[in-house]
Ligand binder design. Structure first.
Ligand code: GTP
Ligand code: MG
Length: 274
């Protein structure tokens, strides 16, 4: 069987998580229109008749401004060192700068298992760089060809995960990420980028799950905005997250959400929240 790890790299917003979710057939990673959505590596497992692909979805490659950024870039390096095959995605609709070109060239020097992908080709096409394949996840263009290309490049081996598994992440992680996804949809960049979502307490019995979920933000005024007038935003977030969690746990979920402030946690406290 062809089996192995496939790191998915690229700039923020290049479409990495969309690609992984598409092949996995489940939302293992949050997708949003904003940059720097993915914060840590997430495995998405796809098992076919004669292959197992373990995608490593990674944070977008960017310059680090704080500890959280540095943590994200550490994740990228660790994905590269684990990978049997590396996918590098660049967005067809964006100019590709010299720094990104140099980065791709340096990857080519490191590995002969690199597939350079021009992504989002359903959009205006202005990016100018050599690629191995062009795809659109949204319009399902060339996705089968890319899958074949990946499988061809995988080493022979035994499956790493059980064939029913599709991610290494727990349901509690997926619920927190789902909430972060909602924040990215609802608020401008500054607020969701400064929020971490954690489960503070969880109890589960045969009938139901009780989850206490904290949204950690950086400023008192952000807290007010997230909660909304009369708590209306937090109510929407909580009720959507409860439905999502009930689907995953397949039982009743009682979910309490609250917002806390921890100034500068992205420098001081990432170990606590990420
Ligand atoms: N038009 C078009 N949009 C796409 C396609 N693939 C992804 N997108 C959109 O691009 C945006 C970013 O997608 P993500 O999958 O979150 O990108 P990412 O590379 O994981 O981003 P980070 O986690 O921030 O690094 C979202 O709005 C997606 O819906 C595509 O094939 N075509
Ligand atoms: Mg992502």
């Amino acid at each position: 069987m062809k089996c192995g790890y496939v790191a998915v790299l690229g700039r923020p917003n290049a479409g990495k998580s969309s690609l992984v979710n598409f092949y996995v057939g489940e939302d293992v990673a949050v997708v949003s229109k904003r940059q720097q959505t993915t914060r840590s590596n997430i495995l998405g497992i796809v098992t076919g008749k004669d292959y197992q692909i373990v995608f490593i979805d990674t944070p977008g490659i960017h310059h680090s401004k704080n500890e959280l950024d540095r943590f994200m870039m550490k994740n990228v390096r660790s994905a590269i060192s684990t990978a049997d095959v590396i996918l590098y995605l660049f967005d067809a609709s964006k100019e590709i700068d010299i720094e990104e070109k140099e980065y791709i060239v340096s990857l080519k020097e490191k590995t002969d298992k690199l597939i350079v992908i021009k992504s989002k080709i359903d959009k205006e096409n202005i990016a100018d760089f050599g690629f191995d394949i062009e795809v659109s996840i949204r319009k399902n263009i060339n996705t089968k060809n890319l899958l074949e290309m990946i499988v061809q490049n995988l080493p022979e081996g035994e499956p790493i995960f059980d064939k029913d598994e599709y991610t290494d992440k727990s349901i509690r992680f997926l619920v927190c990420e789902y909430i972060r996804g909602q924040l990215l949809d609802m608020f401008d960049n500054e607020i969701p980028h400064g929020v971490a979502v954690i489960v503070e307490n969880m109890e589960e019995n045969k009938k139901c799950v009780v989850m206490d979920i904290a949204l950690i933000c950086e400023r008192e005024n952000h807290k007010g905005i997230i909660i909304g007038k009369g708590g209306k935003n937090l109510k929407v977030i909580g009720s959507n997250a409860r439905e999502y969690a009930e689907d995953l746990f397949n039982k009743q979920v009682i979910l309490h959400t609250f917002v806390k402030v921890d100034e500068d946690w992205r420098n001081k406290n990432i170990n606590k929240y990420i």
